[in-house]
Design a protein around this ligand. Sequence first.
Ligand SMILES: [Fe+2]
Length: 279
Amino acid sequence: MCNYFRVKMSGWTIPQDWERYSAEEHAVWDTLFARQSRMLEGRTTQAFLRGMDVLRLSRPGIPNFAELSERLMELTGWQVVAVPGLVPDEVFFEHLANRRFVAGRFIRKPEQLDYLQEPDVFHDLFGHVPLLSDPVFADYMQAYGKGGLRAVKFGALEKLARLYWYTVEFGLIRESGGLKLYGAGIVSSFGESLFALDDPSPNRIVFNLERVMRTRYRIDDYQQSYFVIDDFEDLRHQTADTDFAPLYLRLEMLDDIAPDAVLPEDVLIHRGNQARAKD
Ligand SMILES: [Fe+2]
């Protein structure tokens, strides 16, 4: 059987081959981990900080997915599996629906610490895994996967992808009287973990499911709008208990919203001056 079919039949998963990482690759992880842990002090949700413990495994360097999965399995029943790169949508959703998080195994080069187009193992583990140890967020991720499998049938993937983008990747949460980070795309980025909370440029808008699913997003720069949830339970509830079929029908009748737009009905926490986009 050729490699393509072998990988496809295993749900696109491949061995992590942890032994094959070089000392230099482990050192890149350690550098990123130390720098980003310092940056996030006081800036992320408590749930993320609690979850960081699962990443501190027996040795420094890139975590071994098998060890990580063992820890996660005990906490929330999740596992981390390696994939060769981006996988087809249905495969991705199928894994999430079965409490498996797919992660890339390559790590960026030392000269790419600040910018990387494709998610690497640092983004996937440091960004995503801590919150998979939170029982409510873990349930939200599974509910999202199940919702994704249904969205494929409705041809509504683009809309549902925006929910993932503005929550799992770029979400903010209200906590301890202020805003905190929880999105993996932010917490794994040195620059955006400052920008998303402190910069006057982006809008910060109270989360609304329909609003988020209408809003286009930037893939080439920091976000122009961030959406703020009150807690993970509300997010889980809205995703697991909403009937998306009528919502998708309604969304088809409505225009998309530009990434920097503010609507009269938005509950604004901060109206961005969008100075970054004008640079
Ligand atoms: Fe991600």
